[in-house]
Design a protein around this ligand. Structure first.
Ligand SMILES: CC(C)(COP(=O)(O)OP(=O)(O)OC[C@H]1O[C@@H](n2cnc3c(N)ncnc32)[C@H](O)[C@@H]1OP(=O)(O)O)[C@@H](O)C(=O)NCCC(=O)NCCS
Length: 210
């Protein structure tokens, strides 16, 4: 455990009990992205995301970190870091079952297509950072930076040479954060589909060498 800001916050590795809180934070932090994906199924979005987070932890090679806030047990920030191989077939089947059950076939097909962006092929020497999110009331206090520091430490412990991530081209706060952290652009995917429906035209792949 790491104490941040003179004991105000606690950063720790997530346990399965945190999956629900992580899911709620992620849906809240990326509402603009998830509203068009889930549409009328938005009420089910936290449940679906919880299942997804749980699959990532069990089969996706992902370790998450969380930060507890003022009240013990209240999760105010989190990040996922993929450092081990992912059982992609198991993940895809599990996610599809959850989407289909909660949204119905057509909406599940739509959500699967939308959630397939950005596309990323895992590299063995790289840790991949995803769903970094800080609760709105806790932003601008260095919490995202602390979660990234924990991600770099985990990446080094697992013998990675770099950390990679994707950011959408219109996410200025996140772009500034990553630039200041020393990430540089490797490539970008352009999608007319997500430009039209999610208002995200560019998905930028960034990397930082450790
Ligand atoms: C992006 C996000 C994670 C930043 O979290 P945060 O805890 O507020 O960030 P930090 O306080 O650690 O900020 C670190 C640096 O990021 C940059 N930054 C953060 N928020 C910023 C903003 N609103 N505008 C410009 N730069 C910003 C600054 O360079 C800042 O350093 P500084 O305070 O020394 O200037 C947060 O805004 C968030 O959760 N957004 C919604 C989800 C999201 O977009 N996640 C990123 C997905 S790729």
């Amino acid at each position: 455990m790491t104490n941040l800001d003179a004991g105000k916050f606690t950063l720790r590795e997530a346990t399965p009990e945190d999956d629900g809180a992580i899911a709620a934070l992620v849906i809240d932090g990326f509402l603009d992205k998830f509203r068009p994906v889930f549409g009328r199924g938005m009420d089910e979005s936290v449940k679906i995301m919880e299942k997804w987070v749980s699959l990532e932890h069990r089969f996706g090679g992902v370790t998450s970190f969380v930060i507890e806030g003022y009240e013990a047990g209240e999760i105010i920030a989190s990040v996922g870091v993929r450092v081990a191989p992912s059982e992609d077939d198991v993940m895809a089947r599990g996610l599809w079952r959850t989407l289909n059950r909660n949204l119905g076939f057509l909406r599940a097909m739509w959500a699967t297509t939308m959630l397939s962006y950005p596309r990323y092929t895992a590299l063995t020497g790289e840790a991949y950072v995803e769903r970094l999110v800080v609760a709105p009331e806790a932003r601008k206090q260095g919490l995202a930076r602390s979660l990234l520091d924990a991600s770099y430490d985990l990446a080094r412990e697992t013998h990675k040479r770099s950390v990679g991530l994707h950011v959408s081209g219109n996410n200025i706060p996140a772009m500034r954060l990553y630039e200041n952290e020393g990430f540089t652009e490797v490539s970008r995917q352009r999608s007319l589909m997500t430009a039209k429906f999610l208002n995200i035209r560019d998905w930028i792949y960034l990397r930082k060498d450790l």
